[in-house]
Design a binder for this molecule. Structure first.
Ligand SMILES: Cc1ncc(COP(=O)(O)O)c(C=O)c1O
Length: 385
């Protein structure tokens, strides 16, 4: 006899129940496709929400990082400090520039770059001269640092910025996951020289594919727009004054973003409820959740927890048609980055990665579905206890 599979609970699906389709149709009808009024409106909505002086829509979060690092002055042969636990795009963007990432292990509570370890590294393994900061091990310049606000938790930017200034490093914040996350009243991605965002389909708002560069610097904002439009230097003639990219966000996708922005505060509220639910359900168990840095008001973009038998739990949930994922593989463990330097005392990132599991957290998830997820986890834990 055929057994009936329970209905699927997806990991994190887009929620397009606002005016997205209406705005996209308007954008298409206007015949303004590459640029247009929805792109300007979306950029302004993001600027108003985050408090950034300038927001530049781009094709995705990875291209945003690539351009931001270029604007920050990262050059071929440089080293760029990145947390060891992040999505690969952070480190890939460094490689695109002919530079290499230098991975710093994460803090076991916040899962963000360990700032004690960073400080110790900068104080004891680098030197400075008029050309900048250099790694003692190979005399390569360290030009920038990319704090990543992982899963919505915001790095302690005051401390990080102070260290960066002391060691002549430019700061590019990877805020791909943290639209809606604030720390001490300041939106993530607006404390460094530049910040970047992603609107990939699993993010808190989506434009299917898209991203943004944030900055308070007028000159950098102008140059960002120039670089993402093939560095075209003349209004009508095809003159290009440097190596540019075709990285613009297109108008119909920005229209989707406008519809999404209208719902952002509701999305953040639901994400917070989901995170609070998981944490309260499993407060008695030996499961760990990410701890927020002091002062952080997280968007809780993605609920995740640590459990020793993470792969077995993923399989048990999959058997009930509940989709989960492991946390990202640490950068140092990926073959492409195996020759790059990894600063660590206890390899916390591998531990968090091995025990990490990303839980279903679509903004459209129902309370009944949340209950089904927690009951399935509870059953798994019951068997194990
Ligand atoms: C931390 C982080 N950085 C960068 C990116 C890249 O963004 P995109 O997929 O829009 O290129 C992502 C996307 O998932 C991310 O999670």
């Amino acid at each position: 006899m055929e057994t009936c599979k329970p209905s699927p609970i997806p990991l994190c699906e887009p929620n397009l129940n606002g005016r997205e389709k209406q705005y996209m149709a308007e954008a298409v009808d206007s015949n303004w496709l590459s640029g247009g009024s929805f792109l300007r409106r979306f950029e302004q909505q993001l600027a108003d929400y985050t408090g950034a002086a300038h927001v530049i829509g781009v094709s995705n979060g990875t291209s945003a990082l690539q351009v931001a690092l270029t604007l920050a002055g990262v050059e071929k042969g440089d080293l760029v400090l990145v947390p060891d636990l992040t999505f690969v795009a952070t480190a890939n963007a460094v490689k695109y520039l002919g530079a290499d990432p230098l991975m710093i292990d994460i803090d076991s509570r916040t899962w963000l770059m360990d700032l004690d370890l960073l400080q110790d590294f900068l104080e004891n393994q680098t030197y400075q001269n008029s050309g900048g900061c250099f790694y003692c091990g190979n005399h390569r310049r360290i030009s920038a640092i990319i704090p990543v606000h992982l899963l919505g938790n915001v790095c302690e930017m005051e401390r990080l910025n102070t260290l960066a200034a002391r060691f002549a490093l430019e700061v590019v914040e990877d805020a791909a996951c943290s639209l809606g996350s604030f720390r001490n009243g300041r939106h993530s991605g607006t404390s460094g020289l530049l910040g970047t965002m992603s609107f990939n389909s699993n993010k808190i708002i989506t434009t299917a594919g898209g991203g943004a560069i944030l900055t308070n610097d007028d000159r950098l904002a102008k140059r960002a727009r120039h670089l993402i439009t093939q560095a075209k230097s003349h209004a009508t003639e095809y003159l290009h004054d440097e190596l540019g990219y075709n990285f613009r966000l297109v108008n119909p996708l920005a229209a989707m973003g406008c519809g999404q922005m209208e719902q952002l505060s509701g999305f953040v509220q639901r994400k917070k409820q989901i995170a609070a639910y998981y944490q309260s359900e499993f407060s008695d168990y030996e499961l760990s959740f990410q701890q927020l840095t002091p002062g952080t008001d997280s968007n809780h973009w993605h609920s995740a927890m640590l459990i020793s038998e993470s792969r077995e739990l993923i399989a048990a949930l999959a058997a009930e048609n509940i989709e989960t994922r492991p946390l990202w593989t640490p950068i140092h463990a990926l073959p492409l980055f195996s020759q790059d330097l990894y600063i660590s005392l206890e390899d916390v990132s591998s531990d968090v990665s091995q025990r990490g599991i990303m839980l279903p957290c679509s903004t459209s998830i129902s309370d009944e579905q949340l209950l089904r997820v927690s009951q399935t986890i509870g059953k798994f834990l019951g068997i194990k206890v």
